[in-house]
Design a protein around this ligand. Structure first.
Ligand SMILES: Cc1cc2nc3c(=O)[nH]c(=O)nc-3n(C[C@H](O)[C@H](O)[C@H](O)COP(=O)(O)OP(=O)(O)OC[C@H]3O[C@@H](n4cnc5c(N)ncnc54)[C@H](O)[C@@H]3O)c2cc1C
Length: 378
């Protein structure tokens, strides 16, 4: 029996545990470590922001991931020792034959942002944003990207378009101004100009104001100030927080110079043999010089790769699966419609990403995926 330690029960950790159980269930003991009791399906936070989901609909209990062959340990991982594939949690030490690190990005709010606005990347922030939106009578709504990088590069644009749809249906369009402020040069810069321009056009066609190269430096009750000297007033503020590598990773010998974990971009193995890292806690530089975006779809495919190769190694077989940089995502546009972007982020010399014509179908695919997630894993 081999001991497999999986750190983090988010997208990457959950899929690794399930795939490994499926592929080598009789040969492995899987332990899945997670600090949060509420396991949130974060893509649904965008619907929660505009009242299309209630808070109770977007999470399940982490304990319900417990099943035959997968033991869930609830607690904050305090220490990781890659040198001997071990970790400490709840004052107890666990040792493994393989380790998969999927601790995501830690979210951290600068400039007192939580005092004035709503961090819609969290259950509480998306909930409190909707509480304010539902009684909004008109004024200025700002969606702020406070810092780069941030996970799901499409999310602020989706949030803005969903809010616009909500405001229009409420008959408040004439009394409301919606703006996005971001340090980026365009939407989803890593995907190239074509897709970026398409998203910019979609946003602006809905009457949403879009301001690039605006890095927030301070915030007060009604005004944002940016490093270029400009300011913006707001009545209702939603923001993406700063993303940093989890402290427990920074305190270990796992990360590279950036603080994120360097990996072999095809096998996701770290500099330590038998230790893999997947998802948002890794950094994968692309040929274009930009890193692979932090997105659940990549954590998902990387998890499948790692699970397959660990199962192979246990059976004495060579690695048989590579993560190839291919990914896709839905882009919510409001009015029950969505777009669908797909492409190869490992393409040379730069990613090749295309978008299918927006429609109702893609929105329903996203809804279906949410249902499938709950059904399959919880
Ligand atoms: C609003 C929103 C919408 C999104 N929509 C999409 C989308 O449509 N498509 C897409 O591809 N991506 C989307 N994403 C991004 C996606 O959710 C993340 O990229 C994905 O969850 C990353 O998976 P992960 O396993 O690396 O990390 P996570 O899913 O963040 O999981 C990490 C887990 O580790 C746990 N953890 C951290 N530190 C510790 C510790 N010390 N001890 C114990 N446990 C710990 C955390 O609690 C967490 O559960 C969205 C994100 C947001 C915020």
């Amino acid at each position: 029996m081999k001991n497999i330690l999986i750190l983090g029960a988010g997208t990457g950790g959950i899929i690794t545990a399930h795939e490994l159980q499926k592929k080598a269930g009789d040969k492995v003991k899987i332990t899945l470590f997670e600090k949060e009791e509420k396991n949130v399906f974060v893509p649904s936070l965008l619907w929660l922001m505009v009242g299309k989901r209630s808070p109770q609909q977007v999470f399940r209990s982490t304990k319900s991931l417990n099943r035959k062959g997968i033991e869930v340990v609830l607690g904050n991982i305090e220490k990781i020792q890659p040198e001997n594939i071990s970790l400490n949690v709840n004052g107890k030490s666990y040792h493994g034959d393989f380790m998969v690190v999927a601790l995501g990005a830690s979210l951290y709010s600068e400039h007192n942002l939580p005092q004035y606005g709503h961090n819609f990347y969290t259950l509480d922030g998306a909930t409190s944003f909707y509480n304010k939106l539902s009684t909004f009578k008109g004024g200025k709504i700002v969606i702020l990207v406070s810092s780069l990088p941030f996970k799901c590069p499409a999310a602020p644009y989706e949030a803005a378009m969903l809010i616009e749809s909500y405001i229009r249906k409420k008959g408040l369009k004439n009394k409301t101004e919606i703006s996005i402020y971001t340090p980026e040069t365009q939407p989803m810069p890593v995907t190239g100009k074509e897709l970026g321009n398409a998203v910019k056009m979609m946003v602006e066609q809905k009457g949403i104001h879009y301001f690039t190269e605006h890095q927030v430096t301070s915030v007060n009750q009604q005004t944002l100030t940016f490093s270029n000297g400009k300011t913006a007033d707001y009545d209702l503020l939603a923001f993406t927080p700063k993303h940093i590598p989890p402290q427990v990773i920074r305190d270990s010998t796992l990360p590279g110079k950036s603080g994120w974990i360097d990996v072999n971009r095809n096998t996701m193995e770290t500099n330590f043999s038998g230790i893999f890292a997947i998802g948002d806690n890794t950094i994968i530089p692309l040929e274009s010089g930009k890193p692979l975006p932090k997105a659940g779809v990549f954590a998902h495919y990387q998890a499948e790769t790692v699970a397959q190769n660990i199962a192979n190694r246990i059976k004495g077989e060579p690695d048989s699966k590579n993560f190839n940089g291919v990914g896709q995502c839905f882009l919510e546009l409001g009015n029950g419609k969505a777009g669908y972007a797909y492409g190869n982020f490992y393409a040379s010399p730069s990613p090749v990403v295309k978008m299918k014509n927006p429609g109702f179908w893609w929105h329903w695919e996203k809804v279906w995926f949410e249902k499938y997630w709950w059904f399959k894993y919880f």
